[in-house]
Design a protein around this ligand. Sequence first.
Ligand code: DON
Length: 596
Amino acid sequence: MVDKILSELYEDFRRRDNHGKLADYIPELSRVNRANFGIVLTTIDGYQYSYGDSEVEFTIQSVSKPFIYGMALQEYGVDKVLEKISVEPSGDAFNSISLYPESGRPFNPMINAGAITATDMVWQLYKDETFDRILKNFSTYAGSPLKLDTSVYNSESETGHRNRAIAHLLRNFNILRSEVDAPLDVYFKQCSIKVTCRQLSIMGATLASHGTNPITGKKALKGKYVPNVLSVMASCGMYDYSGEWIYNVGLPAKSGVGGAVLAVLPGQLSIAVYSPPLDKKGNSVFGIDLCKTIAEQFSLHLYKTPRQIKHVLRRQLTLRTARSKFKRDLGAENLFDRFGGDYHVMELQGDLCFATCELFMRKISDDAQTLVLNVRRCTTIDDGAFMLIYKLHEDFRQSGRCLYITDYTHLDLLFGWSQKQVEFLRFREHDDALNYLENIILEANDYEVKLEPVCLMDQQLLANLTECEIEELKKHLVHKTYLPGETIIRKGSAAEHIFFIESGRVSIHDTVDGHRDVTLAVINSGNCFGEMALLDKQSRSADVKAQTTVACFVMLYEILDRIETLAGIKVKILTNLGATLSSRLRRANKEIASFT
Ligand code: DON
């Protein structure tokens, strides 16, 4: 679903006019193909959505600044770096000479003055090895080896007069500690490192993943410095557009005159856009607009980041395993085992947002002709998540498949929509959806529903008894009728009887947390209840109540031992009971295995 939406967005932007202009103060940059256009979204588990020119190389330019700033932090610590570089948005352009008047300290590490200072701090430690170390660190972020674009480097070095002026002013204030040319040369090289949109997106996802590359698992930056880097990206990364950016888009980001915009949503994802035409502030026109559109559509604003992402999918199973509370006989169970594979169930939990929806949607099986999404354990759903789920429903419908969301009434957005009688919200209760789908399987396979009253010969637990045995047994049974709501068995009472339901329906109840009544099962005619204690002689484990008027044949356990003519019947009953219990145990094991 995410892929479908992003590819539609890419195609929509690709058809748009772009009135931006190529950077020309670095002559080599004016020679790039202005039509280049790529988008890559990378998730914190390394999954990538790539569109267009995602493999075209371009120079990283100012998008290098967060990463060199991270290197300086890692080498010197926050306090030492703060002595040299402040963290205040300047509100000025990237090449402004924004220094504090007395100290000469650059306002922040995202403008050229601050970035040159950060590069100098690293240069002070590694001198001639500095650029190799920068390349190595940036390659760790990217998860693949990066190289220098010598043409752009030469072009920038030959025309970098303004940066030379800034660097000499920094030297004048002793912010650059020893010299100008060498660290500035490294800065020019750092800006001229070649990346692709895909590599840049992985660099951003590394920041989103607390400094660990989500694909290689390698550490590019100590996690404790990641918030420092992201916060200056959030406050200063778009220069004199940063205020509007963080207000409207809400993502820590960095732009570059090479045509890139990199946006990071901590704990979730990164988005890299490559489109060379720039606006007057030196930011990629498409980069800005696309990130804004994606952030709005998927509700990605930083200040609503959800608590947990990776564990959104609590359980994934099919109707081969999942069952409604309606107890069925072995014939029905066999049909579910054979035909339940097309009916999938996913139990979700936590916040439903872009990242959690993107994650569970990637795990939807292609075999799912029908999918039930249970959201009972979900805490919130935002607009972006709702949009994705709604489009998922449309996609299912258009491809002749069915999607149902269940147990959603606590989520306002879904509950509100359910008032519009939309098909995918028709089942408020999860069990109703499962029961509905079970009945579809039974009807599709001509399962013969036992008509009431269901005689003893057709009782599940009395299968394989002969007519004589049934007649003999019937002599020792008592026929009883219970009214709707009447309690037939009480939890904790002594267990002495089995009840064969001739007509009507009962429900099994337990009390949870001392007060909450939970329906554990619903048993229809043709089935029995109270049979478990025949094996373990334990007291009753739950209440049994009549849901409708119920007619039963009631059998005292002890007659199977006391009456000699029933000895053979007991073996058959225990065999049938064993088959039922082993079927339930097998399914319980599969249910346990279905937890992710
Ligand atoms: O120092 C410069 O001017 C360039 N190497 C980088 C400037 C840049 O990318 C500004 N960002 N939009």
